[in-house]
Write a protein that binds this ligand. Structure first.
Ligand code: GLU
Length: 290
């Protein structure tokens, strides 16, 4: 049997903090215990937020922590063709549609809906897509695209769901409400999610699924904040004929006020802690046991 494959997949849009340390140590230690492989993936698809200095800092902070990884490192910005191919597969199944609204327009539509009553939100608390681009006539779509109007590609959730009715995943960790074992996926909670953005020809959900498959990842260990994203990942795996990984979502490291850590808070950044004299063993103590 081939060895299990683990990965840590940070985005270089800020400095790593204690929450990242917890996650990477879980993955790295587990890979070692299981005689598995450990991969590092740089999720740098958002050109507006990712910066080379943050990527360099990731390598530096991880090496300091005692982590080693296989090279070459997988950088998402170098695999756009793979995401494009996945989008083509979904387009061929008639599951994507272009949506041309600007952010401001979407905000206006949501405000309108909310004035009329409660409007559903996704598991991250963001309002669902309120637009009607799915029913735009094909001729109008063509006209707008030919005129160079920017657009995002959205998944037609109802149509996608009709093709993948019974979706579950194996949860070895715990969801926010203690979910464990066989969890039933609930992708419709996210509405017609964006799979490719105007500024970048992919999205978090699409690239994570494609990369985990291409990199042969068998065991996904990541924070509980991504627990319900797994619903979308399972759906995409099914549509793209990708076998699922097992999942282990771990508790989040919180600050003294009980808030999830943010990349913009200096106090919990690994490099600040290091500059203040902390050792890698201190970091292990600070994050606590798995
Ligand atoms: N890039 C994501 C993040 O930094 C993690 C993706 C994943 O582990 O699935 O939150």
């Amino acid at each position: 049997m081939s060895p299990p494959v683990f990965r840590f997949a940070p985005s270089p849009n800020g400095y790593l903090h204690l929450g990242h340390a917890f996650s990477v140590l879980l993955n790295f230690d587990r890979a070692r215990e299981a005689g598995g492989r450990f991969l590092l993936r740089i999720e740098d698809i958002d050109p507006t937020r990712c910066r080379p200095e943050f990527e360099m800092a990731i390598y530096e902070d991880l090496a300091w922590l005692g982590i080693s990884w296989e090279t070459p490192v997988w950088r998402q910005s170098e695999h756009l063709d793979a995401y494009r191919e996945a989008l083509e597969q979904l387009t061929a199944q008639g599951l994507l549609y272009p949506s041309f609204e600007s952010r401001a327009e979407i905000a206006r539509l949501i405000a309108e809906r909310e004035a009329a009553g409660p409007w559903p939100r996704d598991p991250d608390g963001a309002p669902l897509y309120p637009g009607a681009a799915r029913s735009l006539p094909a001729s109008e779509r063509r006209r707008l695209i030919e005129a160079g109007a920017p657009y995002a590609l959205r998944l037609d959730m109802a149509a996608a769901r009709a093709r993948a009715k019974h979706l579950t995943w194996t949860e070895q960790g715990e969801g926010p409400a203690g979910e464990h074992g066989t969890v039933t996926a609930w992708p419709e909670a996210w509405g017609d999610v964006i799979l490719a953005r105007k500024e970048t020809p992919t999205s978090y959900h699409l690239s994570v699924v494609v990369d985990d498959a291409l990199q042969g990842v068998t065991d996904v260990i990541r924070g509980q904040d991504l627990f319900w994203s797994t619903s979308v990942h399972r759906l995409l795996q099914e549509l793209l004929c990708i076998p699922p990984s097992t999942y282990r979502h771990h508790r989040l490291i919180r600050d003294s006020a009980g808030q999830k850590l943010s990349k913009s808070t200096k106090a919990t950044a690994l490099r600040e802690l290091r500059a203040g004299g902390a050792t890698p063993a201190d970091i292990r103590r600070l994050v606590g046991p798995p």
